[in-house]
Design a protein around this ligand. Structure first.
Ligand SMILES: O=C1C[C@@H](O)[C@H](O)[C@@H](O)C1=O
Ligand SMILES: [Co+2]
Length: 298
């Protein structure tokens, strides 16, 4: 398998979890980025422990040979906060641009349940026609703003949001232009659709729009527990829903093969939020890095 122009990154969420700040509260920014570099990653995303001062952040990254590839951005179009979302997006875009990132990953959080206590398998929002209209129009505007700086917008399909299922991803892709790319996260797809086939099918259908990839694996026994006990998304994270590639149920070979066959260019980012007290972040980062190298040569 030949993957040219693909870089391997990792997300800080395994060290410090922005959604569950008590997970990894003992881990410092310096430890996080040092261990990312030590484990052989070329870049990373941004977490809330990262310094916001551009010069300080750049120096810390340069010292370790790390690049910033993306950082999460929440949109609130379903709450009617269009102007505020656009304003904040421009600031976020400019910060990422100054750091050399080429992608901006977004997710509509106006009525998302991912951070709530609601059962993740029972209470996700389903957009009305008006909400789809607000979201697709808003994403188009953000896509154009990203393009102004030579960057790509990637919509992160995510559990607990209105862009979660295969059908919702298809709808989004059909009702938006090329300016709106897809942030493909195989862990979220398997979690939502429950099968390897659907996880791969979505990638194959929309590979031309994929601008960024999150590699996470899932533990099927924990997903079953989440379903049976009606747990929330974050309760599931604490219980160990996610792990790194090679440690869960997903077959990564066909995913890598599809990306390689379509000459995907960009980042593949290991993103596996777990309790660092149970899953040593460096150990799991090393495990994922070795697996990716073995399977892709990258
Ligand atoms: O990309 C992501 C960002 C996290 O904050 C999120 O909850 C996680 O599941 C994810 O995929
Ligand atoms: Co993700």
């Amino acid at each position: 398998m030949e993957m040219k122009n693909v870089k391997i990154g990792i997300a800080p969420i395994a060290w410090t979890n922005d959604d569950l700040p008590d997970l990894g509260k003992e881990n410092t920014f310096e430890q996080c980025v040092s261990e990312m570099a030590l484990a052989g990653y070329a870049g990373c995303e941004i977490g809330n422990r990262y310094p916001r001062d551009l010069a300080v952040l750049k120096k810390a990254l340069d010292l370790r040979g790390l690049q910033i590839c993306n950082a999460w951005f929440s949109t609130y179009f379903t709450r009617g906060q269009k102007e505020e979302t656009i304003q904040k997006f421009i600031e976020h875009r400019d910060f990422l641009h100054a750091l050399g990132a080429k992608v901006i990953g977004i997710s509509e959080q106006g009525n998302s349940i991912q951070g709530t206590t609601l059962p993740i398998f029972d209470a996700k929002p389903v957009y009305t026609a008006a909400q789809w209209q607000a979201v697709t129009e808003g994403f188009e505007i953000l896509g154009a703003l990203a393009a102004e700086k030579g960057m790509r917008l990637g919509v992160h399909h995510h559990m607990g949001t209105g862009v979660q299922t295969e059908a919702e991803i298809d709808y989004l892709m059909e009702h938006t232009s090329e300016k709106v790319g897809l942030l493909y996260d195989c862990g979220h797809l398997y979690y939502s659709e429950g099968s390897q086939e659907a996880t791969l099918r979505v990638l194959e259908k929309h590979i031309g729009r994929v601008v960024h990839v999150h590699l996470k694996d899932v533990r099927p026994n924990v997903l079953e527990q989440v379903r049976c006990e009606k747990l929330s998304f974050l309760e599931g994270v604490r219980a160990g829903s996610f792990t790194v590639p090679s440690d869960g149920v997903i077959h990564f070979e066909p995913i890598f093969a599809c990306l390689a066959a379509h000459q995907y260019q960009g980042w593949m980012v290991v993103e596996a939020e777990q309790d660092p007290a149970k899953a040593n972040p460096l150990e799991y980062a090393l495990k994922a890095r070795a697996f990716i190298r073995e399977k892709t040569g990258c």
